[in-house]
Design a protein around this ligand. Structure first.
Ligand SMILES: Cc1cc2nc3c(=O)[nH]c(=O)nc-3n(C[C@H](O)[C@H](O)[C@H](O)COP(=O)(O)O)c2cc1C
Length: 198
């Protein structure tokens, strides 16, 4: 089993998929990893709709990836599309939004979704988080009630090709600081020679 950091390093967004079907048990394992995610007040607002019926998947993709969203059509090749939803009607989230301006339901969904994605990676599956699609079309095709916010789509399948594992990320010193904004390690210097962000 790969070390956690190796799994994180090897995961890339996959945009080309084989037609090979994905075993139900593998999807279930990913859903189980998502189910176990932490959430604010343990509210567990995530819901996942797994679309693997080919006719439904075609209708969903045709509707969700039209017009402005055509660039997202690559996802239609994936044998499975997971639609990630967040319940909007949980009281603790309502309070969080009003008092703290913090969208806990979206934070929670993001954590659970990434659990799903990393489990998929461990099982040899490729995924891609997607936000660029018509939410209205997804709601219509799946007949989703208003209490669910459509947050993301995640195509899942065996990768037809994998981008190189190194992906562009900011230096650690640009995104993580000790004790003060821009502080690097114990010296308090910003280690990359650039002006620290304030
Ligand atoms: C919330 C979210 C939404 C995203 N939406 C899209 C999308 O609509 N289409 C797409 O091709 N990639 C999408 N991505 C993938 C990012 O482009 C990708 O994660 C980023 O470029 C880093 O590349 P990597 O995932 O291969 O490391 C999304 C990622 C996240 C986390």
């Amino acid at each position: 089993m790969p070390a956690f950091i190796d799994l994180v390093r090897s995961r890339r967004s996959i945009r080309r998929f084989l037609a090979q079907p994905v075993e139900d048990e593998k999807i279930s394992a990913c859903l189980e990893a998502a189910r176990l995610a932490p959430s604010a007040h343990n509210a567990q607002p995530w819901r996942f709709v797994v679309v693997d019926d080919p006719e439904l998947k075609d209708r969903l993709c045709l509707a969700a990836f039209t017009g402005l969203y055509r660039v997202s059509r690559f996802a239609a090749q994936a044998p499975v599309i997971v639609v990630a939803l967040a319940r909007k009607d949980i009281v603790v989230h309502f309070v969080g939004r009003r008092i703290q301006s913090t969208a806990y339901h979206l934070i929670d969904l993001g954590i659970a979704g990434e659990h799903f994605v990393l489990q998929a990676e461990e099982l040899g599956l490729g995924t891609c988080w997607m936000g660029w699609f018509s939410r209205r079309a997804v709601r219509r095709v799946l007949g989703l009630p208003r209490r669910f916010k459509v947050v993301a789509m995640i195509p899942v399948g065996y990768p037809a090709s994998r981008p190189p594992s190194a992906t562009v990320r900011k230096a650690l010193s640009e995104v993580a600081w000790w004790n003060r904004v821009g502080g690097n390690g114990r010296s308090g210097e910003c280690g990359n020679g650039r002006t620290p962000e304030r």
